[in-house]
Design a protein. Structure first.
Length: 137
C-alpha cells in the first residue's frame, strides 16, 4: 500500500522534475515481473530497478524489520493511507525492508536523504523539490 502511495505522490511531481531535467528512478526488492506489473497498474512513468539481494538498501543504510512494517506507527499510517483510497494489494519483494528517498546530483553528491523509519514514513516531497531546485546547474 505504501509503495503505491509513494508512487502516486511521485507521479504528481514527475512533470515538474522532468521540466527541470531531473530523472526519477525507483528501486524495488521484488522481481522484474512484479516491477512491470507495478509500473503498468500505477502508470508509473519512471524507471524501476530491482534488487532482491537488498545490496542497494544496505548500501544506503535503509532500515529493515518486522515491527517497522507492522508496528503501531505503520498501522496508523496505513489507516491514513486507506482514507486516501489506497489499499494493500498483493505483496511483492521483502516485506520487512523499508525504503527511502535520495536526491543525487550528476556528480554523485547526495543533497537530500530520507530513510523511512517505518512503513509509511515517506519523504516530504516539498523538501525533495527544494533540494532539486537548489541544485540546478
Amino acid at each position: 500500500m505504501f509503495a503505491r502511495q509513494q508512487a502516486a505522490d511521485l507521479m504528481k511531481i514527475n512533470d515538474e522534475l522532468e521540466n527541470k531535467d531531473i530523472l526519477l528512478a525507483a528501486v524495488g526488492s521484488g522481481n522484474s515481473e512484479q516491477a512491470k506489473k507495478f509500473k503498468k497498474k500505477l502508470d508509473f512513468k519512471a524507471d524501476i530497478y530491482i534488487d532482491p539481494s537488498l545490496k542497494s538498501y544496505k548500501a544506503f543504510k535503509l532500515k529493515r524489520g518486522f515491527f517497522r512494517t507492522l508496528g503501531p506507527v505503520s498501522i496508523y499510517k496505513g489507516l491514513k493511507a486507506m482514507s486516501r483510497g489506497f489499499r494493500q494489494g498483493k505483496s511483492a519483494g521483502d516485506l520487512w525492508q523499508q525504503g527511502g528517498m535520495f536526491v543525487i546530483t550528476p556528480e554523485n553528491k547526495i543533497v537530500f536523504e530520507h530513510r523511512n523509519s517505518t512503513a509509511g514514513d515517506q519523504a516530504d516531497l516539498d523538501l525533495v523539490l527544494k533540494a532539486c531546485s537548489a541544485n540546478q546547474t
